[in-house]
Design a protein around this ligand. Structure first.
Ligand SMILES: [Zn+2]
Length: 379
């Protein structure tokens, strides 16, 4: 997730005088990231100045202040999400020459890599989808089928990927192998078998499997699973996009699910394994762990957003999530249910965020103490 601070600033503009529109399809010509785009969808909220929070038939969500809306027309048709076929056509229409579509049960993958790589990726993602929905159903939290086909774009060439990612990630786009876009609802990535860490033959499925079983592939596969976890969370009714969730929670959940496997055939350990990369960072910081450190994670998103503290804060978010799921599972599930019920554009003060947490987990001081004791014993 990126640019959230900027988006949240825009949300403040929209949060006054909003009313949910029940029906009708809007065709909106708007300025998005400096470009003119035509968006077709429904207004989830609007303000008196002509701004709106629009959900498109492709599952995109756009915060459009009045000065970004160039024109709009509406009709009385009922909103219907794109079918997988139509989603494939929409993705191809936006992609450069040479892209193709591979469709699976839940995913529509648009790619210019080899067919085998697109298949490998979609079977990894379907595996995550199954594991994710099973996990929550065992936790007695009912999820829903995604309303929109889950769209994924895979670039063969890292430079093409970076160019496509630049408007959302900025100049550092090539530093991450993929990301989930809250705005477009897509996961966008490049073919990691072409990355510098893994160069080699990649012509058939066996080659791909062999390459991705290398230890060097594990963190790259973990990133794909991480970003796909964000996408599934926001599409199966677990969380709502733009609902101003605590960042430690959304990131901790994605890191909990990503756990890389340096020795496994798939590069992914599956749900709930110890994430050794994050654990190592957390261990280094254990001497500084206390109630204030816990409170800073809960109160706001600053430590996670600041590049100087992000690696440590992400490890903290993983450790807190792991600890709560393993040792306070019922309370964690109840907390997730409360977060899932938050409406888009809601605002919370640091005190309100801490109070929402304490309602489920009690006082911070004993919890922080037990977390440190328990996590320092884990092997
Ligand atoms: Zn993330």
């Amino acid at each position: 997730m990126t640019n959230l601070a900027r988006i949240l600033a825009l949300l403040v503009l929209l949060s006054g005088a909003c009313a949910r529109m029940a029906e009708g399809i809007e065709t909106v010509v708007a300025t998005v990231d400096g470009e003119t785009e035509t968006l077709v969808g429904r207004a989830l909220k609007r303000d008196s100045a002509g701004g709106m929070f629009l959900e498109t038939i492709a599952g995109g969500r756009y915060v459009l202040p009045a000065d970004q809306v160039q024109s709009r027309t509406s009709n009385s048709e009922t909103f219907a999400p794109l079918t997988p076929e139509a989603m494939g056509e929409a993705l191809l229409a936006e992609a450069p020459e040479g892209f193709r579509i591979h469709t699976t049960e839940h995913y529509v993958v648009c790619y210019d890599t080899s067919r085998e790589y697109a298949e490998w990726t979609s079977s990894l993602l379907e595996g995550l989808y199954r594991a994710f929905t099973n996990y929550w159903s065992k936790a007695k939290l009912e999820l829903s089928e995604p309303e929109f086909p889950l769209a994924v774009v895979i670039f063969r060439d890292v430079n093409d990927y970076a160019a496509a990612a630049r408007s959302e990630l900025g100049a550092g786009a090539a530093n991450v192998v993929g990301f989930y876009s809250l705005k477009s609802n897509r996961v966008i990535m490049y073919d990691i078998t072409g990355s510098d860490a893994l160069r080699g033959a990649r012509s058939d499925r066996r080659d791909i499997g062999r390459m991705l079983a290398q230890p060097a592939a594990a963190p790259l596969v973990a990133t794909i699973v991480h970003e796909a976890t964000h996408q599934v969370s926001f599409n199966c009714g677990l969380l709502k996009r733009y609902s101003n969730l605590p960042l430690w929670f959304a990131e901790g959940l994605a890191i909990y699910f990503e756990a890389p496997d340096p020795n496994g055939a798939r590069g992914w350990r599956g749900i709930g394994k110890i994430n050794h990369l994050r654990m190592a960072t957390f261990r280094e910081n254990l001497p500084q762990w206390n109630t204030a450190r816990l409170a800073s994670l809960l109160a706001d998103d600053r430590r996670l957003r600041d590049p100087r503290s992000a690696i440590d804060a992400y490890a903290d978010a993983w450790a807190l999530t792991y600890y709560l799921i393993r040792y306070h599972r019922q309370e964690y599930t109840a907390y997730v249910k409360e977060l899932a019920s938050l409406e888009p554009l809601a605002e919370f003060t640091p005190d309100e965020r801490i109070a929402m947490f304490q309602k489920h987990f009690g006082e911070l001081e004993p919890l922080a103490r037990d977390l440190v004791r328990t996590m320092s014993r884990l092997r």
